[in-house]
Design a protein around this ligand. Structure first.
Ligand SMILES: Cc1cc2nc3c(=O)[nH]c(=O)nc-3n(C[C@H](O)[C@H](O)[C@H](O)COP(=O)(O)OP(=O)(O)OC[C@H]3O[C@@H](n4cnc5c(N)ncnc54)[C@H](O)[C@@H]3O)c2cc1C
Length: 394
């Protein structure tokens, strides 16, 4: 088969990889997704979705599937975890927010958003999904890319999209900039049935309790049937790795002295899943020859703006559009894709670090944060988010 007739290989079947497969297939391109896990799936936790990604869902024909399980909160609220005072709120459910951004702010279970992408990919005759294919390396042969997998056997493609996440093998070969940066922040996550949450703590808001070197976030998921909890604290105890179990004792120690609401939430969970949070410096040079990076593989970020999956989805749409417009000139398409994406994603990467500092401020920094944000009007809060939530042109 001539190189140009081969499918585009996408390494990684997470949200970014499936979004890429779907967006490319909608432009008439055949895609082969290689996923290392035995099945295509996502872990059980919540994810926040800005209006910028709802614009992408609309473009990809996914809105109905997403809306079936998404919850649309009234506000994003920051509260001080020591005093209980409300520091600031963004009224994401308000008429003003909807008028400004045209699309809603939602929260969803990861399995549900991933499932929506997966179902759409399965419906497309142009998408082939192969699980249990762990990519170990690839070779650019000029007219094609040949990918090697741990399971043996090679897979050929016209182009290669590295959507293999934070620990990307493709990035290792393409950029070669070593391991991600360990931030020193640890996240524990849990999803609990709403019946376990006392009525006085239930609300349709995303609430962030900002404490010294800690924060806790809670919001309802799946039509309000379950609650998502995320707690973050600073620790140099952990180096790297993820998907292991957290230590509740350590949590109680870190959050000692905080508001009763925070402690009540912590007491509801016995089993936490743990993540060591990492990111990287923003870079240029996302492509080389026939290979290109997307999502966390290109621009891993801390989750403090809740945008990693949103950015990966935007990447996917832009990449597919650029490849379509370039009519076979993949180098021009990759260049145009990076040009359109690198400053926006760099801004999120760097601002996310800053927001981490803001959430975890202690002592005078905390007082300064609370005093500077006090009295923020709904209009000002909405204006402040416009660079991000207005989204990208498609
Ligand atoms: C605590 C926390 C909270 C977050 N909250 C939000 C939020 O509210 N909103 C938001 O938008 N984002 C959020 N994010 C970020 C978001 O989860 C990521 O940015 C997003 O999942 C990245 O998607 P991806 O497809 O690029 O990478 P991943 O989701 O990491 O997917 C990569 C896929 O590639 C596969 N893979 C890896 N290596 C190989 C290989 N060698 N061969 C084959 N397959 C491979 C993996 O198994 C995986 O399926 C959060 C992240 C964290 C840690």
């Amino acid at each position: 088969m001539a190189g140009r007739d081969l499918p585009i290989i996408v390494v990684g079947g997470g949200i970014g990889g499936l979004a890429a497969a779907l967006a490319l297939s909608k432009k008439g391109r055949a895609v082969h997704v290689l996923e290392q896990a035995a099945t295509f799936g996502e872990i059980g936790a919540g994810i926040q979705l800005g209006p910028n990604v709802f614009k992408m869902f609309d473009y990809l024909g996914l809105t109905e599937a997403i809306n079936q399980t998404a919850v649309f909160p009234g506000n994003l609220m920051m509260r001080d975890a020591l005093s209980g005072e409300e520091v600031v709120r963004v009224p994401v459910g308000s008429a003003g927010f909807k008028a400004r951004f045209k699309y809603p702010y939602g929260v969803i279970h990861r399995a549900d958003i991933h499932g929506a992408f997966l179902a759409a990919c399965r419906k497309s005759p142009l998408v082939t999904l192969s699980a249990s294919r762990k990519v170990t390396g690839y070779e650019d042969r000029g007219d094609r890319v040949v990918v090697e997998t741990e399971q043996g056997g090679s897979v050929e493609g016209s182009l290669l999209v590295g959507a293999d996440g934070l620990w990307s093998k493709v990035r290792g070969q393409l950029v070669g900039d070593g391991k991600p940066r360990v931030s020193g922040h640890i996240a524990y996550r849990a999803v609990i049935p709403t019946q376990k949450v006392p009525a006085h703590l239930q609300q349709n808001n995303v609430v962030l309790w900002a404490g010294p070197k800690t924060h806790l976030v809670h919001y309802p998921l799946r039509r309000g049937e379950v609650y998502n909890l995320v707690v973050v604290f600073h620790s140099s105890r952990y180096e790297e790795g993820w998907d292991t179990y957290g230590d509740p004792e350590e949590l109680h120690e870190r959050f000692k002295g905080q508001r009763p609401e925070v402690l009540e939430f912590l007491a509801m969970v016995n089993e936490w899943k743990m993540w060591v949070l990492c990111d990287r410096e923003p870079i240029k040079g996302w492509s080389k020859g026939r290979s290109v990076l997307l999502g966390d593989a290109a621009h891993p970020m801390l989750q403090y703006l809740a945008q990693g999956a949103c950015m990966a989805t935007e990447d996917a749409v832009v990449l597919a559009n650029k490849l379509d417009a370039a009519k076979g000139d993949h180098a021009a398409a990759f260049e145009a894709y990076e040009k359109e994406r690198y400053l926006r994603t760099a801004r999120v990467q760097l601002m996310a670090r800053f927001y981490g500092e803001l959430y975890h401020a202690a002592d005078v920094r905390r007082d300064l944060r609370n005093s500077l944000l006090a009295g923020t009007t709904p209009e000002a809060a909405i204006n402040g988010a416009a660079w991000l939530y207005s989204g990208i042109p498609v």
